[in-house]
Write a protein that binds this ligand. Sequence first.
Ligand SMILES: NC(=O)c1ccc[n+]([C@@H]2O[C@H](COP(=O)([O-])OP(=O)(O)OC[C@H]3O[C@@H](n4cnc5c(N)ncnc54)[C@H](OP(=O)(O)O)[C@@H]3O)[C@@H](O)[C@H]2O)c1
Length: 258
Amino acid sequence: MSMDQGRSMMDRWRGRVAVVTGASSGIGRAVALDLLKAGMRVAVCARRLELIENLGFEAGVPDAFMAKAADLRVESEIGGFFDAVKSHWQGVHVLVNNAGLGFEGELSTQNPGEWRQMLDVNVLALGICTQQALSQMGGHGEEGQVINIGSMSGQRVPAGSNGMYCATKFAVRALTESFRQELHAANRPVRICEISPGLVETGFAAHYGGSEDAAEKTYGAFKCLQSEDIVDAVRYVLGQPTHVQVHDVLIRPTGQAS
Ligand SMILES: NC(=O)c1ccc[n+]([C@@H]2O[C@H](COP(=O)([O-])OP(=O)(O)OC[C@H]3O[C@@H](n4cnc5c(N)ncnc54)[C@H](OP(=O)(O)O)[C@@H]3O)[C@@H](O)[C@H]2O)c1
Protein backbone atom coordinates (compact mmCIF):
# COMPACT_ATOMS: atom_id res chain seq x y z
CA MET A 1 0.00 0.00 0.00
CA SER A 2 1.52 3.32 -1.01
CA MET A 3 1.31 6.40 1.19
CA ASP A 4 -1.17 7.93 -1.31
CA GLN A 5 -3.46 4.91 -1.13
CA GLY A 6 -3.19 5.09 2.67
CA ARG A 7 -4.33 8.68 2.58
CA SER A 8 -7.35 8.05 0.36
CA MET A 9 -8.40 5.06 2.47
CA MET A 10 -8.31 7.44 5.44
CA ASP A 11 -10.64 9.94 3.75
CA ARG A 12 -13.82 8.72 5.41
CA TRP A 13 -12.34 9.61 8.82
CA ARG A 14 -11.84 13.29 7.87
CA GLY A 15 -13.51 15.55 10.43
CA ARG A 16 -14.11 12.61 12.81
CA VAL A 17 -12.74 12.72 16.35
CA ALA A 18 -9.70 10.69 17.47
CA VAL A 19 -8.41 10.43 21.02
CA VAL A 20 -4.75 9.53 21.54
CA THR A 21 -3.43 8.88 25.05
CA GLY A 22 0.22 9.53 25.90
CA ALA A 23 0.95 11.94 23.05
CA SER A 24 3.81 13.81 24.72
CA SER A 25 6.46 11.51 23.26
CA GLY A 26 7.26 8.64 20.91
CA ILE A 27 4.49 6.66 19.24
CA GLY A 28 1.58 8.68 20.64
CA ARG A 29 2.99 11.99 19.48
CA ALA A 30 3.66 10.63 15.96
CA VAL A 31 0.17 9.08 15.71
CA ALA A 32 -1.54 12.29 16.89
CA LEU A 33 0.34 14.41 14.34
CA ASP A 34 -0.44 11.95 11.54
CA LEU A 35 -4.16 11.83 12.32
CA LEU A 36 -4.25 15.64 12.35
CA LYS A 37 -2.54 15.67 8.96
CA ALA A 38 -5.11 13.13 7.72
CA GLY A 39 -7.87 15.64 8.52
CA MET A 40 -9.17 14.21 11.78
CA ARG A 41 -9.96 16.24 14.85
CA VAL A 42 -7.62 15.00 17.58
CA ALA A 43 -7.76 15.17 21.37
CA VAL A 44 -4.71 14.10 23.35
CA CYS A 45 -3.63 13.74 26.95
CA ALA A 46 -0.44 13.13 28.92
CA ARG A 47 0.94 14.42 32.20
CA ARG A 48 3.41 16.83 30.53
CA LEU A 49 1.05 19.42 29.10
CA GLU A 50 3.94 21.53 27.80
CA LEU A 51 4.84 18.73 25.37
CA ILE A 52 1.34 18.34 23.92
CA GLU A 53 -0.30 21.74 23.93
CA ASN A 54 1.26 22.92 20.64
CA LEU A 55 0.79 19.82 18.47
CA GLY A 56 -2.16 21.42 16.67
CA PHE A 57 0.00 24.40 15.64
CA GLU A 58 2.79 22.03 14.65
CA ALA A 59 0.41 20.22 12.29
CA GLY A 60 -0.94 23.56 11.01
CA VAL A 61 -4.50 22.86 12.23
CA PRO A 62 -4.88 24.35 15.72
CA ASP A 63 -8.69 24.37 15.56
CA ALA A 64 -8.77 20.61 14.99
CA PHE A 65 -6.83 19.94 18.16
CA MET A 66 -7.34 19.85 21.90
CA ALA A 67 -4.94 18.82 24.66
CA LYS A 68 -5.53 18.22 28.33
CA ALA A 69 -3.13 17.25 31.10
CA ALA A 70 -4.19 13.99 32.68
CA ASP A 71 -2.51 11.42 34.87
CA LEU A 72 -4.11 8.20 33.71
CA ARG A 73 -3.43 6.54 37.07
CA VAL A 74 -6.22 8.75 38.43
CA GLU A 75 -9.69 7.65 37.35
CA SER A 76 -11.24 11.10 37.84
CA GLU A 77 -8.62 12.60 35.49
CA ILE A 78 -9.54 10.07 32.81
CA GLY A 79 -13.19 10.99 33.28
CA GLY A 80 -12.38 14.71 33.14
CA PHE A 81 -10.48 14.26 29.88
CA PHE A 82 -13.28 12.34 28.14
CA ASP A 83 -15.91 14.78 29.49
CA ALA A 84 -13.89 17.64 27.95
CA VAL A 85 -13.76 15.83 24.58
CA LYS A 86 -17.52 15.26 24.69
CA SER A 87 -18.37 18.83 25.53
CA HIS A 88 -15.97 20.16 22.86
CA TRP A 89 -16.79 17.77 20.02
CA GLN A 90 -19.85 15.72 21.12
CA GLY A 91 -18.18 12.32 20.87
CA VAL A 92 -15.33 10.04 19.85
CA HIS A 93 -14.86 7.92 16.71
CA VAL A 94 -11.34 6.57 17.17
CA LEU A 95 -9.45 5.78 20.37
CA VAL A 96 -5.73 5.01 20.34
CA ASN A 97 -4.81 3.57 23.75
CA ASN A 98 -1.11 4.33 23.57
CA ALA A 99 0.06 5.60 26.99
CA GLY A 100 2.25 3.09 28.74
CA LEU A 101 5.48 2.62 30.62
CA GLY A 102 7.84 0.02 32.03
CA PHE A 103 10.45 -0.32 34.74
CA GLU A 104 13.42 -2.66 34.51
CA GLY A 105 13.89 -4.99 37.46
CA GLU A 106 13.66 -8.51 38.78
CA LEU A 107 10.31 -9.68 40.05
CA SER A 108 11.74 -11.05 43.27
CA THR A 109 13.08 -7.67 44.37
CA GLN A 110 11.20 -4.99 42.43
CA ASN A 111 9.38 -2.27 44.32
CA PRO A 112 5.62 -3.01 44.13
CA GLY A 113 5.03 0.71 43.60
CA GLU A 114 6.56 0.26 40.14
CA TRP A 115 4.30 -2.75 39.52
CA ARG A 116 1.29 -0.64 40.50
CA GLN A 117 2.23 2.16 38.07
CA MET A 118 2.58 -0.29 35.17
CA LEU A 119 -0.71 -2.00 36.02
CA ASP A 120 -2.53 1.32 36.53
CA VAL A 121 -1.45 2.86 33.22
CA ASN A 122 -0.91 -0.11 30.89
CA VAL A 123 -3.95 -2.12 31.97
CA LEU A 124 -6.53 -0.29 34.09
CA ALA A 125 -6.31 3.05 32.29
CA LEU A 126 -6.50 1.30 28.92
CA GLY A 127 -9.68 -0.45 30.07
CA ILE A 128 -11.24 2.68 31.59
CA CYS A 129 -10.39 4.83 28.54
CA THR A 130 -12.04 2.16 26.36
CA GLN A 131 -15.17 2.22 28.53
CA GLN A 132 -15.26 6.01 28.31
CA ALA A 133 -14.76 6.06 24.55
CA LEU A 134 -17.34 3.31 23.93
CA SER A 135 -19.90 5.36 25.85
CA GLN A 136 -19.38 8.10 23.23
CA MET A 137 -19.01 5.91 20.12
CA GLY A 138 -21.35 4.43 17.58
CA GLY A 139 -24.22 6.92 17.85
CA HIS A 140 -26.50 6.95 14.75
CA GLY A 141 -24.74 3.75 13.55
CA GLU A 142 -21.48 5.63 12.98
CA GLU A 143 -18.41 3.42 12.86
CA GLY A 144 -15.81 3.48 15.61
CA GLN A 145 -12.35 2.01 16.04
CA VAL A 146 -10.28 1.26 19.13
CA ILE A 147 -6.55 0.63 18.68
CA ASN A 148 -4.57 -0.70 21.64
CA ILE A 149 -0.81 -0.35 21.56
CA GLY A 150 0.32 -3.61 23.14
CA SER A 151 3.79 -5.06 22.72
CA MET A 152 5.69 -8.10 21.52
CA SER A 153 6.23 -8.45 25.29
CA GLY A 154 2.56 -9.47 25.41
CA GLN A 155 3.22 -12.35 23.02
CA ARG A 156 6.17 -14.03 24.78
CA VAL A 157 8.47 -13.31 27.75
CA PRO A 158 11.98 -12.47 26.52
CA ALA A 159 14.80 -13.55 28.86
CA GLY A 160 15.86 -10.65 31.05
CA SER A 161 12.76 -8.55 30.46
CA ASN A 162 10.60 -7.28 33.28
CA GLY A 163 7.93 -9.84 34.11
CA MET A 164 5.33 -7.38 35.35
CA TYR A 165 5.65 -5.26 32.20
CA CYS A 166 5.12 -8.43 30.14
CA ALA A 167 2.14 -9.33 32.35
CA THR A 168 0.54 -5.95 31.66
CA LYS A 169 0.93 -6.47 27.90
CA PHE A 170 -0.45 -10.04 28.09
CA ALA A 171 -3.42 -8.42 29.87
CA VAL A 172 -3.86 -5.99 26.97
CA ARG A 173 -4.31 -9.00 24.66
CA ALA A 174 -7.01 -10.47 26.89
CA LEU A 175 -8.81 -7.13 27.17
CA THR A 176 -8.66 -6.55 23.41
CA GLU A 177 -10.20 -9.95 22.68
CA SER A 178 -12.86 -9.63 25.41
CA PHE A 179 -13.91 -6.18 24.21
CA ARG A 180 -14.09 -7.59 20.65
CA GLN A 181 -16.41 -10.37 21.79
CA GLU A 182 -18.65 -7.91 23.68
CA LEU A 183 -18.84 -5.53 20.74
CA HIS A 184 -19.71 -8.42 18.44
CA ALA A 185 -22.39 -9.75 20.78
CA ALA A 186 -23.91 -6.28 21.06
CA ASN A 187 -23.75 -5.87 17.26
CA ARG A 188 -22.05 -2.49 17.65
CA PRO A 189 -20.35 -0.83 14.65
CA VAL A 190 -17.08 -0.53 16.56
CA ARG A 191 -13.95 -2.53 15.73
CA ILE A 192 -10.96 -3.15 17.97
CA CYS A 193 -7.36 -3.96 17.17
CA GLU A 194 -4.10 -4.46 18.99
CA ILE A 195 -0.77 -3.41 17.51
CA SER A 196 2.17 -5.19 19.17
CA PRO A 197 5.54 -3.61 18.38
CA GLY A 198 8.99 -4.94 19.13
CA LEU A 199 11.65 -2.36 19.97
CA VAL A 200 10.69 1.17 18.89
CA GLU A 201 13.15 4.04 19.33
CA THR A 202 11.25 6.42 21.64
CA GLY A 203 11.50 7.79 25.17
CA PHE A 204 10.50 4.35 26.48
CA ALA A 205 13.94 2.78 27.05
CA ALA A 206 15.35 5.75 28.97
CA HIS A 207 12.41 5.49 31.34
CA TYR A 208 12.58 1.68 31.50
CA GLY A 209 16.32 1.51 32.14
CA GLY A 210 16.49 4.72 34.16
CA SER A 211 19.03 6.60 31.99
CA GLU A 212 19.90 7.85 28.52
CA ASP A 213 22.87 5.45 28.56
CA ALA A 214 20.49 2.53 28.98
CA ALA A 215 18.45 3.83 26.04
CA GLU A 216 21.53 4.15 23.82
CA LYS A 217 22.51 0.58 24.64
CA THR A 218 19.02 -0.73 23.89
CA TYR A 219 18.54 1.15 20.65
CA GLY A 220 22.14 0.80 19.47
CA ALA A 221 22.22 -2.98 19.09
CA PHE A 222 20.40 -3.00 15.72
CA LYS A 223 18.16 -0.76 13.64
CA CYS A 224 14.99 -0.41 15.72
CA LEU A 225 11.49 0.45 14.58
CA GLN A 226 10.67 4.16 14.42
CA SER A 227 7.41 5.71 15.63
CA GLU A 228 6.48 6.30 11.95
CA ASP A 229 6.48 2.52 11.40
CA ILE A 230 3.73 2.24 13.99
CA VAL A 231 1.92 5.21 12.41
CA ASP A 232 1.84 3.20 9.14
CA ALA A 233 0.19 0.31 10.98
CA VAL A 234 -2.41 2.62 12.54
CA ARG A 235 -3.22 4.04 9.11
CA TYR A 236 -3.50 0.49 7.69
CA VAL A 237 -5.98 -0.50 10.42
CA LEU A 238 -8.10 2.64 9.98
CA GLY A 239 -8.02 2.35 6.20
CA GLN A 240 -9.84 -0.99 6.04
CA PRO A 241 -13.44 -1.17 4.83
CA THR A 242 -16.02 -1.77 7.57
CA HIS A 243 -16.35 -5.53 6.98
CA VAL A 244 -12.62 -6.02 7.68
CA GLN A 245 -11.49 -6.11 11.28
CA VAL A 246 -7.72 -6.19 11.59
CA HIS A 247 -7.45 -7.63 15.07
CA ASP A 248 -3.75 -8.21 15.65
CA VAL A 249 -0.66 -6.60 14.15
CA LEU A 250 2.75 -7.88 15.23
CA ILE A 251 5.76 -5.82 14.13
CA ARG A 252 9.39 -6.55 14.92
CA PRO A 253 12.54 -4.81 13.76
CA THR A 254 14.18 -7.18 11.27
CA GLY A 255 17.26 -7.29 13.49
CA GLN A 256 15.40 -8.29 16.65
CA ALA A 257 16.06 -11.92 17.60
CA SER A 258 13.39 -12.62 20.25
N1 LIG B 1 9.26 1.81 22.61
C1 LIG B 1 9.13 0.48 22.53
O1 LIG B 1 10.13 -0.26 22.29
C2 LIG B 1 7.78 -0.14 22.68
C3 LIG B 1 7.63 -1.48 22.28
C4 LIG B 1 6.40 -2.08 22.42
C5 LIG B 1 5.34 -1.38 22.93
N2 LIG B 1 5.49 -0.08 23.34
C6 LIG B 1 4.33 0.62 23.89
O2 LIG B 1 4.09 1.79 23.14
C7 LIG B 1 3.37 2.73 23.94
C8 LIG B 1 3.99 4.10 23.77
O3 LIG B 1 5.30 4.07 24.28
P1 LIG B 1 6.52 4.85 23.61
O4 LIG B 1 7.48 3.85 23.15
O5 LIG B 1 6.05 5.89 22.66
O6 LIG B 1 7.15 5.49 24.94
P2 LIG B 1 7.34 7.01 25.43
O7 LIG B 1 8.05 7.79 24.39
O8 LIG B 1 7.98 6.89 26.78
O9 LIG B 1 5.85 7.56 25.58
C9 LIG B 1 5.00 7.10 26.62
C10 LIG B 1 3.80 8.01 26.71
O10 LIG B 1 2.94 7.50 27.76
C11 LIG B 1 2.57 8.59 28.59
N3 LIG B 1 2.28 8.20 29.97
C12 LIG B 1 3.04 7.44 30.79
N4 LIG B 1 2.50 7.41 32.02
C13 LIG B 1 1.38 8.17 31.98
C14 LIG B 1 0.40 8.54 32.93
N5 LIG B 1 0.48 8.14 34.22
N6 LIG B 1 -0.62 9.34 32.54
C15 LIG B 1 -0.67 9.77 31.26
N7 LIG B 1 0.21 9.46 30.31
C16 LIG B 1 1.23 8.67 30.67
C17 LIG B 1 3.75 9.53 28.53
O11 LIG B 1 3.32 10.86 28.85
P3 LIG B 1 3.75 11.70 30.17
O12 LIG B 1 5.02 11.11 30.68
O13 LIG B 1 3.86 13.11 29.68
O14 LIG B 1 2.60 11.50 31.09
C18 LIG B 1 4.17 9.43 27.08
O15 LIG B 1 3.42 10.33 26.29
C19 LIG B 1 3.39 2.18 25.35
O16 LIG B 1 2.16 1.56 25.65
C20 LIG B 1 4.51 1.13 25.32
O17 LIG B 1 4.31 0.12 26.28
C21 LIG B 1 6.70 0.54 23.22
